[in-house]
Design a protein around this ligand. Structure first.
Ligand code: AMP
Ligand code: GLY
Length: 434
């Protein structure tokens, strides 16, 4: 069967890499894909993720058997509905179900309806009312733009004055465009964050490992928020008991709730969690796709064939796989360290030569324990690769445990270079300090 992966980032490279290993997959296609994926997929650089017509015609021309959608924007825009209407099997939720990520207000109201634990919140469409409320309640709070803001529309506010300026930026100055037309103000949750993943066909559920991301640019969780500077799996904060609570209190009611409300959820549900000191999970956010860079770690850690699981979820036949954990096992650990351009997450140069990679984009010194996922690279004129984005590479390693995976990843990083390259030196340190 031919499988099409929609997207071009490190997450999609990891999915392409894993799916290509399936004996049931004849070829992986990627739209638009990236130069770094070419070892595992045939790429269609002219087909953009937002072009539903082009993606549909690619599916027809190539007789694609399964479409896996990477990013949230095309899901929110209804790509799954469109392709399903044309008879294609799609791993990814409908536009209606994608509101779980696309609208924070929708997600909060949904959680309230289904008793899913999350921070108490209020939603506002009028600036003055929101400002009055943050002053009245006092103390710390979190202000969030309602719509999709590429993970950036969240302000952690220590004081009502900070909250007021965040509200003004979002609602008045429209710093995040229309995403800030309405806002959610919520309690600041204390604890340790982790993300948890469940694959579902709308009814049946196969859970994956838990992972932890590092959103801040600098060591020690300082600096600006980024798309994610590294990740590791498994995340020890989600032990067996926390996992049981997460499935029982969050994952199952969410999947049941979406079905009951006529929006059966098909794809991967990414639950961003805060685990409090008692080991009780609270939902920080739902995402309707795989995490980036968590997926790079998850795909390298997972043993077994991912493809049948994705296909069964798309086809509504996951029941048969539920008992076997979808055929995946999660021994050992994996760590992904992101190499980013100088200046990221703000302005950064492009077109800088990358050293230390082989012609296919893998680590020059081949090492079975290391996979280099490309996020922001392109082919250079004279051969090799050059930088083309903020997050450039996700250097990912597996090991018997987090310590070992981490050591291997950092050793590989030391062999790759480009001008101004930056990476965090403390990825997964928290897992080791426990
Ligand atoms: P979100 O886009 O909702 O995931 O928020 C981005 C980040 O902000 C999260 O990963 C958390 O680190 C932080 N955050 C969001 N909401 C809260 C909250 N209620 N309490 C504490 N931290 C939060
Ligand atoms: N790494 C967080 C995200 O993908 O949203």
């Amino acid at each position: 069967m031919k499988v099409l992966v929609v997207g071009s980032g490190g997450r999609e490279h990891a999915l392409v890499w894993k799916i290509a290993q399936s004996s049931e997959v004849t070829e992986v296609l990627a739209a638009p894909g990236s130069a770094g994926m070419e070892g595992s997929a045939r790429c269609f650089p002219d087909v953009s993720v937002g072009d539903q017509d082009a993606i549909a015609s690619l599916c027809r021309d190539e007789a694609v058997g399964l479409v896996v959608v990477g990013p949230e924007d095309p899901l929110a825009a209804g790509i799954s509905d469109r392709l399903r209407d044309e008879g294609f099997a799609v791993f990814g939720p409908s536009a209606a179900a994608a509101q779980l990520e696309g609208s924070k207000a929708f997600a909060k109201a949904f959680m309230e309806r289904h008793g899913i634990p999350t921070a108490a919140h209020r939603r506002f469409d009028v600036l003055d009312e929101a400002v009055a409320w943050v002053h009245e309640r006092g103390g710390r709070c979190v202000v969030k733009a309602d719509g999709l803001a590429a993970g950036k529309g969240v302000a952690m506010c220590e004081t009502p004055a900070q909250a007021e300026s965040a509200l003004r930026e979002m609602m008045l100055d429209r710093r995040f465009g229309d995403a800030g037309a309405s806002v959610v103000v919520e309690d600041w949750l204390e604890g340790e964050e982790a993300s948890y993943y469940a694959i579902t066909d709308g009814e049946h559920i196969v859970t994956l490992a838990a992972a932890q991301d590092h959103k801040r640019a600098l060591d020690g969780d300082r600096g600006e928020n980024t798309g994610g500077m590294g990740a590791y799996s498994p995340a020890p904060v989600i032990d067996a008991e926390v996992e049981r609570r997460t499935v029982e209190r969050v994952v199952e009611p969410a999947i049941r709730g979406m079905a009951a409300e006529g929006m059966p959820y098909v794809g991967v549900l990414f639950v961003g969690l805060m685990i409090d000191a008692q080991g009780d999970p609270y939902v920080v956010e739902f995402n309707v796709r795989f995490g980036d860079p968590e997926t790079q770690a998850l795909m390298v850690q997972a043993e077994g064939d991912l493809f049948p699981l994705l296909l069964a979820a798309a086809n509504g036949t996951l029941a048969a796989q539920e008992a076997s954990g979808g055929g995946l096992s999660w021994r050992g650990a994996a760590v992904c360290v992101v190499m980013a351009s100088d200046g990221y997450p703000r302005d950064y140069p492009k077109g800088l030569a990358i050293h230390g990679l082989a012609a296919d984009g893998a680590l020059e010194r081949s090492d079975d324990a290391v996979v280099v996922f490309h996020a922001g690279t392109r082919r250079a004129q004279g051969g090799g690769f050059e930088t083309s984005g903020g997050r450039v590479l996700g250097v990912t390693a597996r090991g018997a445990n987090v310590q070992e995976a981490r050591d291997v990843a950092y050793k590989a990083i030391a062999e790759i270079s480009f001008e101004g390259a930056q990476h965090r030196r403390d990825i997964a340190a928290r897992a080791l300090d426990r």
